[in-house]
Design a protein around this ligand. Structure first.
Ligand SMILES: C[S@@+](CC[C@H](N)C(=O)[O-])C[C@H]1O[C@@H](n2cnc3c(N)ncnc32)[C@H](O)[C@@H]1O
Length: 253
């Protein structure tokens, strides 16, 4: 693991340790299945109808895994490099009797065999931790079985450009759509000096195609994926892209 990834993992561990107080709240929220968005359910409708075995790289707190099981997945295997996230996600899933299993592992290099998944489900703050988008895409393609799918719902690459001004959306003077990386703000999660990477939509799509996957759909959304009860930024009121979803298939044979 390179130095930045090691430091980022330590930042996540510290952040998750500091979030223990939210355990009950997360469990209650997971029980409702509400974290799996209506747009995700719509795009995944036919895949979930086949009772897929799901692999979820960067599974974090695991709330989506419980929702995926409730929505039809046969089993979800969550993978995260934070042992604390893995331990807590397993405890929450067990408490709710959900068919979720967690393993500690780093992306790329997930400790699961090739073709393990009918559906590789990931996102919601996943790509910004990848210093090599091509290596990420190759790993997602490796994990999907032939005929299986990759589904990604993540922050739109443009979303980090917007200010959170209330009157008008503006472009932050310290950001560029074509920037390489930036340090996570200390008032956001996980803070602790973590370094985030930027990828344009073009680079993401090209990486997925080069990994041998066939894109079935690419959608852009005004609504950010994260909860924002306390943030009423003009940039989130429908005029600008803040999230995107991509569904791709690994061809048979
Ligand atoms: C923003 S969280 C999103 C988690 C999940 N999608 C969710 O909604 O709860 C990002 C997660 O990625 C994990 N992570 C970051 N880089 C990773 C890597 N290279 N390998 C494995 N996990 C990683 C972090 O530990 C964190 O749990």
């Amino acid at each position: 693991m390179d130095e930045t990834t090691l430091a980022n993992r330590a930042a996540w561990d510290r952040a998750y340790e500091g979030r223990q107080w939210a355990d009950e709240q997360m469990r209650a929220e997971a029980a409702t299945g509400s974290t799996l968005l209506p747009s995700e359910r719509e795009l995944l409708r036919d895949v979930l109808a086949g009772r897929p075995l799901v692999v979820h790289p960067q599974s974090g707190n695991g709330q989506d895994d419980i929702a995926l099981v409730r929505a039809g997945a046969r089993e979800v295997i969550g993978v995260d490099y934070s042992e604390i996230a893995v331990r807590d996600a397993q405890r929450r899933a067990d408490a709710l009797g959900a068919a979720c299993r967690y393993v500690t592992g780093t992306v790329p290099g997930v400790p699961l065999p090739d073709g393990s998944a009918d559906l590789v489900y990931t996102g919601k703050g996943a790509l910004i931790w990848m210093p090599d988008i091509d290596a990420w895409a190759a790993e997602m393609a490796r994990l999907a079985r032939p005929g299986g799918h990759l589904f990604l719902h993540d922050g739109h690459p443009a979303t980090d450009l917007w200010t959170w001004d209330l009157d008008e959306p503006r472009i932050r003077p310290d950001r560029s759509y074509f920037g390489r990386s930036f340090v996570c703000a200390e008032d956001s999660f996980p803070a602790n000096g973590a370094v985030m990477w930027q990828w344009t939509l073009g680079r993401i799509v090209t990486a997925v195609v080069r990994a041998g996957l066939r894109i079935r759909c690419l959608e852009e959304y005004a609504e950010p994926f994260w909860r924002m009860d306390d943030i009423d930024a003009a940039a989130f009121r429908g005029r600008l892209p803040n999230a995107f979803a991509l569904l791709a298939e690994r061809p048979e044979g």
